[in-house]
Design a protein around this ligand. Structure first.
Ligand SMILES: Nc1nc2c(ncn2[C@@H]2O[C@H](COP(=O)(O)OP(=O)(O)OP(=O)(O)O)[C@@H](O)[C@H]2O)c(=O)[nH]1
Ligand SMILES: [Zn+2]
Length: 341
């Protein structure tokens, strides 16, 4: 069965000029991309204009999941189409755009959290903030559900607005709930060892991702899922597996507000509109904790992630700029190397 643009998630909201071909990025490395289009797979490079634009602003670089316009005569990407959703690594300060887009045009964010040793609600909350910030719909996926019973109600309390499901890639339980309709794209987030690759393999019914055995065989050990890849699943739908996002920073103020919509709602009744729910008089959030309406853990989490978000905001801009400049130096060096006779 041939893959159509619709199967890849293309719709009226994306458009390219008549002289260009639309295609979806499945992988990016060293200034080139693998893309999938109506005519199948292609390896394409970046046009000069795109290189220049990306040097100014790394967010202009194509990333996995992007829809791009290809010039068929040069096999180059001439532009990245406006993203419907974007998972961004901390560093995008509002008003500037020094950051890194990890995945684009994702419909669902699967937050994988293993049932064992124990479900870490704090990590789920942090990834939920990131997910909400992306514009995609989060789903909390408790993995390895064959190993422990998890109270999904407790998880749901930490995840207002998100569906919570339990799956086992080993027994197949719950897999049907996370299967995707054709044209839909999910990205998997979660710490290393959460069972992301195993879940992708279970959904694709094949060894689509590098397995741990291979990783160990090549002597590099674990944590070496190097390439972000967009995979077409056999029953339709696409899944993006990113490297273990353990250190993903938080820069998601709106996302935080949504991940903590219960706290935000209570905060409307605080005496001060800028209440930090700390020691201010008339704090409705602390009152709710005292009355047992809001779990204290939720308020502590909220404090922790708020602090982290503002710390990231002050720190990441400079660091990311340096990182991107270094990257571009390497790319420019390799381009110079290539043009020598
Ligand atoms: N019992 C059980 N074990 C699982 C399940 N899913 C994954 N595992 C095991 O958990 C370990 C880690 O799984 P991976 O799929 O490699 O985890 P990952 O999230 O891809 O890890 P990184 O690539 O490091 O980010 C492996 O030993 C898997 O066999 C499951 O549903 N049940
Ligand atoms: Zn308050």
């Amino acid at each position: 069965m041939a893959t159509t643009l619709l199967d890849l998630g293309f719709d009226d909201s994306f458009s390219v000029g008549p002289e260009f071909l639309p295609a979806r990025v499945t992988r990016v490395d060293r200034g080139a991309c693998d893309v999938l289009g109506a005519d199948g797979e292609l390896r394409v490079s970046f046009s000069g204009a795109l290189r220049r634009a990306s040097a100014q602003d790394p967010v202009a670089l194509p990333c996995v999941g992007d829809w791009v316009a290809i010039d068929p005569s040069t096999q180059e990407i001439v532009s990245v189409l406006p993203r419907r959703t974007a998972i961004v690594r901390a560093g995008v300060t509002p008003g500037t755009s020094h950051g890194q887009v990890l995945a684009a045009n994702v419909d669902l964010v699967y937050i994988a959290e293993p049932a064992v040793p124990s479900v870490d609600l704090g990590r789920i909350e942090r990834l939920l903030a990131l997910a909400w910030e992306s514009g995609a719909q989060p789903v909390v996926v408790i993995t390895k559900a064959d190993l422990a019973d998890v109270d999904l109600e407790v998880v749901a309390e930490a995840a207002p607005g998100a569906e919570v499901v339990a799956v086992s890639s080993h027994t197949g339980d719950g897999l049907d709930i996370v299967r995707l309709r054709p044209g839909r794209t999910a990205v998997l987030l979660g710490r290393s060892g959460a069972g992301k690759s195993t879940l992708v393999n279970a959904l694709s019914g094949a060894e689509a991702m590098e397995t741990q055995a291979i990783r160990e065989a090549d002597g590099r050990g674990r944590h070496t899922t190097v390439h972000r890849e967009l995979l077409l699943l056999p029953g339709g739908g696409m899944i993006i597996d990113t490297p273990g996002l353990r250190s993903i920073g938080l820069h998601a103020e709106e996302g935080l507000a949504q991940a903590f919509s219960d706290v935000e709602e209570l905060a409307e009744r605080c005496r001060f509109s800028d209440c930090s729910h700390d020691s201010e008089p008339g704090c409705a959030v602390r009152a709710a904790v005292e009355e047992g309406i809001l779990p204290e853990r939720r308020l502590l989490s909220w404090h922790k992630l708020q602090r982290e978000a503002s710390w990231m905001a002050s720190r990441t801009d400079a660091r990311l700029r340096a990182e991107q400049e270094r990257k571009w130096k390497i790319i420019h060096k390799s381009m110079r190397g290539r043009s020598r006779p």
